[in-house]
Structure formats: C-alpha cells, structure tokens
Design a protein around this ligand. Structure first.
Ligand SMILES: COc1ccc(C[C@H]2SC(=O)NC2=O)c(OC)c1
Ligand SMILES: [Zn+2]
Length: 259
C-alpha cells in the first residue's frame, strides 16, 4: 500500500487523489470552501440551531495522529443537534480541531478571504434516519458538522480543560479519560451560521456533510494554541497545519440564517 495520507509535502491534500481518494479531485461537493458572505443567500425558513448536549456523555480524548479529538457516547440521544436546515436528530459523536504552524492560518473554512488561526469541528450524525455512523457516511444528509473559527486573542477558559490534557497526548494513539466535558461551553454566544452541502475534510472525503459554519469565532490564547503544536503526527513531527485548503465551490448555494 502506498504511503498513508497526511498533511506533509508528499502525502498532503494535493496528493490525496493519488493515495486512493479520487473524490478529492472528482468530487462535486468537497469541503472546506471559501465563504463569500455577499454571495450567501439569506433564507428565512432556516431555523435556529438547537443543541442539547449532556456533559456526562463525554468519554475520552485522544491524539488520532492527525488531530486531537474528544469522543462522546453516541449510542443514545444524550447529546443531540436539531433545527437549522436539518431534518431529524443528529447525535454528537466527536469534536476535534485544525490549526496552523503560526497564528495567521490554520482554519479550513476561509471567510471573505480571511483565514483564522484554527477551527473546531463538532461532528454529529443522523441517528434518526441511519442505524449506524458508517451508514450515515454514505448518505448526502448523513452528518452535520458545526465549524467554529478560532481567533487568537484572550485565553479561552472553556478550552483550558482540553489544553491541560494535551501534555499526556503528545504521541499518536495516546488516549485518556475525559469525563464531564461541556461541549456547548466551547460555542460562541451567537449561533448565526452559514450552511452548505459538503464533505469530510480528510480522507475518505465522503460527500455526506451538511456544514454549519458559525459566523462568530471563539477566542483562543496564543499560548493555548502553542500547546496544540506540541502534539505530534508521529515521532519528532510536530502536529501543525493539519488543515485542508478551500476547494472549488462548483456552484453550490451557500445559505445563511441572518441578514
Ligand atoms: C471515516 O469517517 C471519518 C473520517 C474522518 C473524519 C474527520 C474529518 S471530517 C471533518 O469535518 N474534519 C475532519 O478532520 C470524520 O469526521 C466526521 C469521519
Ligand atoms: Zn475537522
């Protein structure tokens, strides 16, 4: 088997199509994209996002080798997302981050030409319509991912519990208990969003995601973000720039629930 995908010069986003994921090049709804606010259409029928997260549903936090990820118990409807453009109940499965080598870039979505220092993804799947996550991956409405942009300014108290756990997650595969974490504490106060049909932003790049990109970023302290960069992809390879750049919009409609 060829070298596995990653974010390096030989196995990064520009190579994913030749590493077994042709959809990277041939797909019609690949993510992330650049969001141009003026071209997004206000849709009065878009409902507010309705999040009901049970903090006791958080289980563990791990270094996946490409990001740091908090996993939740998604066997029942303990933490769910409804509303927005969504039909049905989407269960929170995991949250993870993307960030840069420096504070000027690192986000996956780009807003009117502006890149952010990083991006938080809260991954949900349509457990009302599909029996299991892997089935949802094959469906155009299988997943709903909330994207929150990270801007470097004051430290973020809600992030601190994650930042403190990073020192024991340096190596790929490291994992530790992560109980009683309130995912909603990471969200900004304003939940206005852009929404568009897209994909996973890493292989297998399935075109199964309804994206919900929040307009309001959350803050992260410069030294908090510096701690993320101490994680490793692999031995002596600092985990940074683990983001895919924007992909062709291919005339997709982006809607927003604000004027
Ligand atoms: C095999 O299933 C997968 C594989 C990868 C991811 C993670 C991707 S998708 C995203 O939004 N950001 C990422 O890094 C995933 O997430 C739902 C599901
Ligand atoms: Zn992601």
């Amino acid at each position: 088997a060829g070298c596995s995908w990653g974010y390096g010069p030989k196995n990064g986003p520009d190579h994913w199509h030749e590493l077994g994921f042709p959809i990277a090049k041939e797909g019609t709804r690949q993510s992330p994209i650049e969001i141009k606010n003026a071209e997004a259409k206000f849709d009065q029928n878009l409902k507010p996002l309705n999040l009901s997260y049970d903090p006791t549903s958080s289980k563990s936090i791990c270094n996946t080798g490409t990001t740091v990820q908090v996993d939740f118990d998604d066997c029942t409807d303990r933490s769910v997302l409804t509303g927005g453009p969504l039909c049905g109940k989407y269960r929170l499965r995991q949250l993870h981050f993307h960030w840069g080598a420096c504070d000027t870039h690192g986000s996956e979505h780009v807003i009117d030409g502006k890149t952010f220092a990083g991006e938080l993804h809260l991954v949900h799947w349509n457990a009302e319509k599909y029996c299991e996550f892997n089935e949802a991956l094959k469906a155009p409405d299988g997943l709903a991912v909330i994207a929150v942009l990270l801007k470097v300014c004051e430290a973020n108290q809600a992030l601190q519990k994650i930042v403190c756990s990073l020192e024991c997650l340096k190596s790929k595969g490291a994992k530790t208990d992560f109980k009683d974490f309130s995912a909603c504490s990471l969200l900004p106060s304003c939940l206005q969003y852009w929404t568009y049909p897209g994909s996973l932003t890493t292989p297998p790049l399935c075109e199964c995601v309804i994206w919900l990109v929040l307009k309001e970023p959350i803050s992260v302290g410069a030294d908090q973000l510096a701690n993320f960069r101490k994680l490793e992809f692999g031995p002596c390879e600092p985990m940074q720039n683990n983001y895919r750049p924007p992909q062709a919009s291919k005339c997709r409609e982006i809607r927003k629930n604000f004027e």
